[in-house]
Write a protein that binds this ligand. Structure first.
Ligand code: TYD
Ligand code: MG
Length: 458
């Protein structure tokens, strides 16, 4: 077979017949690498023949299709099952991404042990670590005597396929996809071409044989898995494992899920014997909250179906260089700038000569705009050295006119605050219906000015 070459962007997978300095698709520089060109016709043919082989060939009535609930296997790790949408789906491919050292291999081994305990046969392809290393890790996790787990240290895809044929596992873990290579392709492991081809093959196999496949992938500095778009399109579910490397909390988040919601998060804590579930994260995230100190506030955000109380901290300090800098950890940078602009314009706060730092405690990243009110108030708190009431929780989105706007699922958030012993909630006006009753003081506020009158202690 005549081999043609093609240049593909290692960041997004864009292909070009000639080398390019800058990717026209994702605009990254110097990202093109020469790779073997794989005839699309070939893959298309195998795909369609596979589909005929393994899927229903005749159209059938939608109402006649049986809903097979047993297709889902609950791992028993509640935080994981919820993120997956109820458990591991038979024949589904899950991509588990995250920074190196965050705990992907640890989590994978723990999932393996849970599944193995349910009588499910596992093949764990430990491609980065030797089988001795994996054994040591399993001893640390107290799962070394697990039955049903087969481990192999192999990076060659055709060998891995052989092992799958031989062992006939129900679930396969590939740790990690970046070191797996298909010997028929000359590009190096980890390149977009290899990652795409290997994942494609593994996905087809998973679908054809009903194997639950877990593909582990490292995330690049820019926060993307090598060949991100290609990979994310191939698999059914994409989970990201995130958290500060030097904090022990880890958040598992679904960013794509064909079998469930993508808003759910799972919280874990890395301990001396692996990852432990954190079933009541609010309590933990608030554990080290400073008392009677300016620049600290609590808000109630919604992650999927679960309300979560979070501490948000701000530090506003005189800028050293005459050029104010703004930094946000766990909160959207542009949104922070917007809130600062609202505070300057609508409340006459002079923040132009001050640095503003925002930190969401616990390594969580919040997208929920309902924490705007807390962020704005905590900036004011630090700027004016005023302490926000210890027992208050602030909830509300802020609009450009400094008005406080409604948020979704408010009663759920208030109940979480009540559960953790807070005594007052600031909420958007008209967000509650008259029949909502709580054992906590609920104070509706219309704008930032009204909120300021209520929350400051001094
Ligand atoms: P690992 O699962 O190897 O990360 P990844 O596969 O994402 O690269 O996790 C590595 C880190 O976790 C390492 O710094 C050691 C730590 N760790 C613990 O703290 N406790 C444990 O029980 C285990 C197994 C690992
Ligand atoms: Mg690993």
């Amino acid at each position: 077979m005549k081999t043609k070459v093609i240049f593909s962007c290692q960041n997004c997978g864009h292909q070009s017949a000639k080398w390019l300095g800058r990717c026209p698709d994702c605009s990254s520089w110097n990202s093109f690498v020469e790779e073997d060109f794989i005839e699309p016709k070939l893959t298309a043919k195998t795909d369609s023949s596979r589909i005929n082989e393994f899927y229903i060939s005749e159209p059938i009535l939608l109402k006649d299709i049986e809903n097979k609930e047993e297709m889902r296997i609950k791992t028993g790790i509640l935080e994981l099952d919820r993120v997956l949408g109820g458990g591991v789906v038979k024949g589904a491919v899950t991509l588990l991404g995250g920074d190196p050292g965050i705990g992907k291999s640890t989590l994978s081994l723990q999932i393996s042990a849970q599944l193995a305990g349910l009588g499910i046969k596992i093949l764990y392809v430990s491609a980065e670590e030797s089988i001795q290393q994996t054994k040591l890790r399993s001893e640390r996790l107290n799962i070394s005597s697990s039955e049903n787990i087969y481990i192999v240290n192999q990076t060659n895809l055709s060998q891995i396929l052989e092992y799958i044929k031989k062992v006939k596992p129900n679930a396969v873990f590939i740790d990690s996809i970046q070191v797996i290579f298909n010997p028929d392709i000359s590009s190096s492991p980890g390149s977009v071409g290899q990652v795409r081809e290997c994942s494609n093959t593994l996905t087809r196999l998973a679908k054809a044989q009903g194997i639950s496949m877990f593909i582990i992938g490292h995330v690049t500095k820019e926060g993307m898995i090598a060949g991100p778009r290609v990979l994310e399109h191939i698999v059914d579910t994409v989970l990201y494992f995130e958290g500060e490397r030097y904090s022990s909390y880890r958040i598992l988040r679904a960013v794509k899920n064909r079998f469930g919601s993508t808003n759910e998060i799972g919280v874990f804590q890395m301990g001396s014997s692996g990852l432990e579930e954190v079933l009541n994260p609010s309590r933990i995230f608030l554990a080290q909250r400073p008392k009677n100190s300016s620049g600290s506030v609590v808000t109630s955000v919604l992650e999927g179906t679960r309300p979560l109380l979070l501490e948000i901290q701000a530090l506003v300090s005189r800028s050293a260089f005459g050029y104010a800098s703004r930094k946000a950890e766990g909160f959207d940078y542009n949104r922070l700038n917007m809130l600062i602009a609202v505070l300057e314009k609508k409340l006459g706060l002079h923040l132009e000569n001050d640095d503003v730092f925002i930190n969401v405690v616990g390594g969580i990243k919040v997208d929920d705009p309902s924490c705007d009110l807390a962020v704005a108030m905590v900036i004011i708190s630090s700027f004016k050295e005023k302490i926000i009431k210890d027992n208050a929780v602030l909830i509300g989105e802020i609009g450009l006119a400094a008005e406080i706007r409604n948020v979704a699922q408010l009663p759920l958030r208030i109940k979480e605050a009540q559960k953790l012993g807070f005594t007052q909630c600031l909420v958007p006006k008209d967000n509650l219906s008259p029949e909502d009753k709580f054992d906590i003081e609920v104070t509706p506020v219309r704008n930032i000015q009204e909120a300021m009158e209520v929350v400051f202690n001094n």
